[in-house]
Design a protein around this ligand. Structure first.
Ligand code: PMP
Length: 440
């Protein structure tokens, strides 16, 4: 019997032992091609020498110094590098230990910002139905996944949810992308007016939806409209780039491709690339100034914020991501992988949609393509795809997102940025076999 309590009780999982580039090798020597970075984490593969050296060097110098007493070279240089490469206006960096922590910090900073401005009546957030922002109570409140929220609903903070921008299912026949984007963005305005603009703190959204739908970008123009609406009512725009940020979509921040800058952004996963647990919240100079002039400190904090070894790892990862070669490689490899998926699955009777940007791609499984009818949730098809893929030596991230109140089946692909041509072939072949083995 194991004393380890996994997220699924009695989980019978292979024992990961070593890493080799895009592969994880279990203790029996079986190799798994990592086509999802775990959950879009391992952007540089599992054995990068430079990142390991940076962590070792920090370990030898100083493993930990509490941020209540010291700042460190590792934290200062990570913050400066991030601010230098973030969209203009995201000037201040608050480092944390992961995605949920980054979102919690964002929600609390947004609330404190309005307190400093003398607007204590602002207590509500608006977010989107198909979204995931983390598992701590604040982050869970903003997430829209009904199944995850339900047991904890009495403990939630006040958040209402509007429709996501989900073109495959939301755009009506004959409706242009632009008109569709405007229509769903306008749901935000309607909800702000329904709640009373003076009561709303902010709108929270993932620029590319990850963990509930498998890489769904918004249509062009949607986020520009969202930005305008937030500005019109003085509401903060909080973009959660925990999954889609850090080069995953081909630009360091996914929102760069939408042509907007949020007031607050959250990042994690790719920032540590799996080498350390780390995340960050970035905010505008205006928000920082309100705190500085007001209370003088952000009423928040965890013991491990700015942990020197996490900062050293993130600094080395970010140096790689901003070297001028890695992100063009993400775009080029992403295009080749998407083309490979289109070739193999473009006419597949049970793949309704192939979508995404860069190396953040998703497939949606459907019972019939014309009607876009999802499979019966009782089949748990996504779980069968995952099991068949693992059997074949492939890690992909199938998920059961909600479609119109029903469970749907999606597969997220978020491989390391170092994926080779041969590995693209291996990925597509193994995925194809796994889907064939899982289908009813
Ligand atoms: N936000 C988004 C968009 C995520 O995808 C996730 C994790 N899947 C989180 C927040 C939470 O991050 P973590 O699991 O590191 O707490």
């Amino acid at each position: 019997m194991s004393a380890l309590f996994h997220r699924t009780c009695n989980a019978d999982l292979p024992w990961a032992d070593t890493g080799d580039g895009c592969y994880i090798i279990d203790r029996n020597g079986k190799r798994y091609l990592d086509a999802c970075g775990g959950a879009a984490v391992s952007c540089l593969g599992h054995s990068d020498e430079e990142i390991r050296d940076a962590i070792r060097a920090q370990l030898d110098k100083l493993p930990f110094a509490h941020t209540g007493f010291f700042t460190t070279e590792a934290a200062e240089s990570l913050a400066n590098l991030l601010a230098a490469h973030a969209p203009d206006g995201l000037d201040r960096v608050y480092p944390v230990s992961g995605g949920s922590e980054a979102v919690e910090a964002a929600l609390k900073l947004a609330r404190q910002y309005f307190l400093e401005r003398g607007e204590p009546q602002r207590t509500r957030f608006i977010a989107r139905r198909q979204s995931y922002h983390g598992n701590t109570l604040g982050a869970l409140s903003t997430g829209g996944n009904a199944w995850r929220r339900e047991p904890f609903a009495p403990l939630m903070i006040d958040t209402s949810h509007i429709a996501p921008c989900y073109e495959y299912r939301g755009r009506e026949d004959g409706e242009s992308q632009e008109a569709y984007g405007q229509r769903v963005a306008d749901e935000l305005e309607a909800e702000i007016l329904r709640l009373g603009p003076e009561t709303v703190i902010g709108f929270v959204a993932e620029p590319v939806v990850g963990a509930t739908l498998g890489a769904v970008p918004a249509v062009p123009g949607y986020f520009r409209r969202i930005r305008e609406i937030c500005d019109r009512y003085g509401i903060l725009l909080i973009l959660d780039e925990v999954m889609c940020g850090m080069g995953r979509t081909g630009t360091l921040f996914a929102c760069e491709q939408d042509g907007i800058v949020p007031d607050i952004a959250t990042i994690a996963k790719g920032l540590g690339a799996g080498y350390q647990p780390v995340g960050a919240m970035l905010c505008s100079a205006a928000i920082y100034a309100a705190i500085e002039k007001g209370t003088g400190f952000f009423q928040h904090g965890h013991t491990y914020i700015g942990h020197p070894m996490a900062m050293a790892a993130a600094g080395a990862v970010l140096t790689r991501l901003t070297d001028g070669q890695t992100l063009p490689q993400v775009i080029a490899t992403g295009e080749r992988l998407k083309a490979g998926l289109q070739d193999r699955f473009g006419q597949h009777p049970h793949i309704g949609d192939i979508r995404g940007k860069g190396l953040f791609l998703g497939l949606e499984l459907v019972r019939d393509r014309d009607g876009k009818t999802p499979f019966d949730p009782a089949l748990k098809l996504h779980k069968k795809v995952k099991a068949a893929a693992m059997e074949a030596g492939l890690m992909c991230y199938p998920m059961g997102g909600t479609i119109d109140g029903r469970q749907g089946d999606h597969i997220l692909l978020a491989p390391p940025f170092i994926l080779t041509e041969d590995q693209i072939g291996e990925l597509v072949d193994k995925l194809s076999d796994a889907i064939a083995a899982a289908l009813p």
